[in-house]
Design a protein around this ligand. Structure first.
Ligand code: ATP
Length: 897
């Protein structure tokens, strides 16, 4: 016996189970006894890690240095206030990051994996964590194995055990062999009985070694670098001022205070914090709209995506298939009824048709019931289905004629299965019937027809000549161009069992089954939104070219005419071939193989549909599009999609029908498998990027304001009369800037976000427009505040003049952040009450600032005096004018990038 193999009867006895699985009662008992099938939380980022991480922030060290310098010049109050504020910055950063971390964890949990098991003799989809020892796992290619189990039935099973053994080559597994939690089925299928779950599995024993790492995104890194550079700049500027002051003979103590004020003023304390918060909140919003982000990186890349390559079945269409037509005996039979309830009639020439009258129709219906792995079961008033929708449709159609798989299998038990794969495009089961074998095959009509040399008409087997083949393929075409998904059905008595290929040869053709899978309602609008947003939508499907084109046309895929069809200048060697292939923007997998890399590069931008493709071809498509400079989002669900999902800029897996492998290879998971969700995520991604631009530009311009203000003071009024003290600046930075910028970070999407082209990924946050906006705003705000300072007679009453300057800078938050809600359009484009976080933030910040003026203890510390209502008019008026000036700057810079 091979290592790890066990006697299957003993295994069943050990876990007190059978091929029919456990009863609900047994499951309950075992859940109590063994607990959930979960790994105990392994070593992940701890609270302490998050706390310690805060001190990696250079800004914190600048602040601490400033505090100790204050101590050096015996400014004890300064020391304490800066320390308290530093502590608040650390704690805010800590809580935000901690929350972001938790949000990320809980998002991961939304994608709760499910597994098919057999319980009480029936297949059921259950949450993976509810698996108990004794459960029967039903595994297919792409499934993750979630408990240690022993195989008792397998078809061409191959398992990737690299997660446990590091061995990347998949290993074959047969009956009685053990498979392990954490590994994946990459080929074939099997049934296996679970022997261990949770921490008792082999994976559980080494769980401590497995860790998920969360990495900062390029944008987060850029922002972190930017704040570091600004902090360094602040240090240099303040050192320079310090030296200058000392050279000019100013007292050291005073100069140190000024230097501290400058450093503190220029350091953007709120920047990394707001960034984390914006991304975390954005992810939550996307999750709310059913797009689960697995890697933060996706949030920013989404904004630059200019091509979405999407599957058809289930993503563009509903994946609720219903058989409507059967082409058999060279005639069409209509099937009525919709949904999963097996209620409907068979009509021929609009007359009711008794299917049991005709042996060929009967055989075809038996074939679609038997060559099938789905199940249909009545639970109360509802029909419960498990399996692939194509197969469910067939099961339901057969049941409408009272052919039930379980009953049929009693008399014709299945002995063999040649599994369906997207590459083979067909599936066969072999059954034993009255001592001999019979096989049933279903699949893509051309593939099935290829393996047939005869056909059956009303019970009689006739030769399948060219004319008959053509007639069948014409019908296939006719169905397909009406958007039907078509399957060919065949059978063979006494199949040649010498090889899988041989089984599917010399078959007898029975007929075609046409099923409808209507497009999702919301998809047409989503496609049109994508086109308006400069995003091309490309359909990649395993289905027939005509079906794909019909669905494509109905959802407006070709409305993007400019880029579809034969390019004006085809600079390729074989122009005739290219013209043939490119006739209608739809290219088949076979045609794609005819194109060499160079030709494909020229044409890739002009193709809207890839039909009858192999999953491997997706990788070629992504690579070529990326080579052509596109940022590509690509959906996928199967194991073989994994390389393309990894390669794409945004790999998107399907939450419902996606395999575990595809989910693990992607950065985003669609909870509802819906194309429209991708478009919504792109919209949110764009909005998040916009918001990052907004708060970065705003925050930095605010920091510059303070620096410019102080430099103006020093240069024009000398060292004694600086317009704001270090503590005042720190207070403004802390309490009046962070909240409005968080408001900007969480701003709802602007109206036209999906009416403009995708962002160039190389473009920097501080592009020309934003730089101009930032610098001019800083100059406007600083000059306005300085004017207030000098007009308030600072030489006579410095404290009052500083208070008025302080009040002016603070009042600006009542107006200026609103102007930053659009860096392009006017303040009126956004409405004044559409961002409540910002409104609330502004009010709270303003009140907090007032407290520094009106609470006696605080006003003493901050060296401020309470202002009268009348005195407030000046700061408020000036702040309002600043906002107008900023609007002016925007009007001038509009359109600059
Ligand atoms: P998409 O790639 O958009 O999801 P698809 O579901 O049609 O499209 P595949 O699942 O690769 O792609 O199927 C390819 C073809 O194989 C189908 O067009 C159909 O003819 C055939 N087919 C699909 N499912 C089965 C099945 N369960 N048994 C036999 N043949 C099938």
């Amino acid at each position: 016996m091979a290592e790890g193999s066990e006697k299957i009867e003993e295994v069943f006895a050990d876990v007190d189970s059978s091929e029919k699985g456990l009863t609900e009662e047994q499951v309950r008992e075992r859940l109590d006894k063994y607990g959930m099938n979960e790994l105990k939380e392994t070593k992940k980022t701890t609270t302490k890690d998050v706390f310690v991480r805060q001190f990696k922030n250079f800004i914190i060290w600048v602040l601490i240095a400033a505090a100790f310098l204050s101590l050096l010049v015996e400014e004890v109050i300064n020391f304490w206030v800066i320390m308290v504020i530093t502590f608040i910055v650390v704690m805010l950063g800590f809580f935000q990051e901690y929350r972001a971390e938790k949000a990320m964890e809980s998002l991961q949990k939304i994608v709760q994996p499910e597994t098919t098991v057999v319980r009480e003799g029936k297949p059921r989809n259950i949450k993976t964590k509810e698996i108990v020892p004794g459960d029967i796992l039903v595994l297919e290619s792409g499934d993750k194995i979630s408990g240690d189990a022993v195989v008792f039935e397998s078809v061409a099973l191959r398992v990737d055990e690299s997660a446990l053994t590091g061995e990347s080559h998949p290993v074959g597994k047969g009956k009685s062999e053990k498979i392990f939690a954490g590994t994946q089925v990459v080929h074939g299928k099997c049934r296996a009985v679970v022997v261990n779950t949770g921490m008792d599995t082999k994976l559980g024993q080494i769980a401590g070694l497995i860790q998920v790492k969360s990495e900062d995104t390029p944008l987060q890194k850029k922002i972190a670098n930017l704040s570091r550079s600004l902090a360094i700049l602040a240090l240099v500027a303040s050192l320079f001022t310090l030296v200058l002051g000392l050279v000019e003979g100013a007292p050291l103590e005073e100069m140190l205070l000024i230097a501290i004020a400058l450093a503190v003023g220029a350091v953007p304390e709120g920047l990394p914090l707001t960034m984390t918060l914006t991304l975390a909140f954005g992810m939550r919003q996307m999750a709310h709209h059913k797009a689960i982000i697995r890697k933060m990186l996706a949030v920013e890349t989404l904004g630059s995506t200019d091509i979405i390559c999407t599957d058809k079945t289930g993503t563009l269409t509903r994946n609720e298939m219903t058989v409507e037509k059967i082409f058999v005996n060279e005639n069409i039979i209509e099937v009525t009824g919709s949904g999963y309830a097996p209620k409907g009639e068979f009509l021929k020439d609009e007359q009711q048709f008794d299917v049991k009258q005709d042996p060929t129709v009967e055989r075809l219906l038996q074939a679609i019931a038997l060559c099938n792995n789905s199940s249909l079961e009545k639970r109360g008033d509802e029909w419960d289905v498990v399996g692939d929708p194509t197969e469910i449709a067939l099961t339901v159609a057969a049941a409408k004629a009272d052919f039930w798989k379980d009953d049929l299998e009693d008399s014709q038990p299945r002995t063999e299965e040649v599994t369906f794969t997207s590459e083979r495009k067909q599936m066969t089961t072999v059954h034993e019937r009255e001592g001999s074998l019979i096989s049933f095959t279903k699949g893509a009509p051309e593939t099935v027809l290829d393996g047939c040399d005869r056909m059956e008409i009303s019970g009689e087997s006739v030769s399948l000549n060219d004319e008959k083949r053509k007639h069948i393929m014409d019908k296939n075409m006719e169905f397909a161009s009406s958007a039907y998904r078509v399957l060919g059905i065949a059978y063979r008595e006494d199949p040649d069992m010498s090889s899988e290929d041989a089984i599917e040869q010399n078959m007898v053709f029975l007929g075609l089954v046409a099923m409808i899978d209507p497009p999702r309602e919301e998809v047409k609008e989503a496609v049109s939104t994508s086109h308006k947003a400069g995003i091309k939508v490309v359909m990649i499907t395993g289905d027939n070219q005509e079906t794909a084109k019909a669905i494509g046309a109905s959802i407006g895929l070709f409305d993007h005419r400019a880029e579809c069809g034969i390019p004006a200048h085809v600079n390729v060697a074989d122009e005739e071939k290219v013209r043939r292939i490119m006739e209608d923007c739809a290219v088949t997998g076979q045609e794609l193989d005819e194109l060499d890399d160079e030709e494909f590069e020229v044409l890739a931008d002009h193709i809207n549909i890839y039909a009858r493709t192999m999953p491997e071809q997706k990788l070629r498509i992504v690579k070529t599009l990326q080579k052509n400079g596109h940022i590509v989002a690509m959906t996928g669900d199967g194991v073989n999609d994994a390389p393309a999902l990894k390669k794409a800029d945004i790999g998107i897996a399907m939450g419902i029908k996606g395999t575990d492998v595809s989910k693990e290879s992607s950065v985003m998971v669609l909870q509802d498998d819906n194309f429209a969700t991708i478009v919504e995520a792109v919209k949110r991604g764009r909005a998040i990027y916009d918001n990052i631009e907004k708060f970065t530009t705003y925050l930095i311009s605010r920091n510059f304001t303070e620096v410019i203000l102080i430099l103006l003071g020093i240069t024009l009024l000398g060292f004694e009369l600086i317009p704001l003290l270090a503590l005042q600046i720190l207070f403004i930075n802390m309490f009046s800037e962070i909240m409005p910028s968080i408001g900007l970070g969480l701003d709802p999407p602007e109206k036209g976000v999906m009416d403009r082209a995708p962002r160039d990924p190389k473009e920097s946050i501080l592009n020309r427009r934003n730089l101009v906006m930032m610098v001019s705003n800083a100059v406007v705000m600083a000059s306005a505040a300085f004017l207030v300072f000098i007009s308030s007679n600072p030489a006579e009453n410095t404290q009052l003049a500083r208070t008025l300057t302080f009040a002016t800078v603070v009042s600006m938050i009542l107006f200026v952040p609103f102007a930053f809600r659009s860096l392009e359009k006017s303040i009126f484009s956004r409405g004044f009450f559409t961002n409540r976080v910002m409104l609330g933030g502004v009010v709270v910040s303003f009140l907090l600032t007032l407290s520094a003026m009106y609470i006696p203890f605080l006003s003493e510390v901050f060296e401020l005096v309470p202002l009268s209502l009348q005195q407030w008019l000046l700061p408020l008026g000036v702040a309002f004018c600043t906002m107008l000036a900023i609007e002016g700057v925007k009007a001038v810079t509009r359109g600059v990038k």
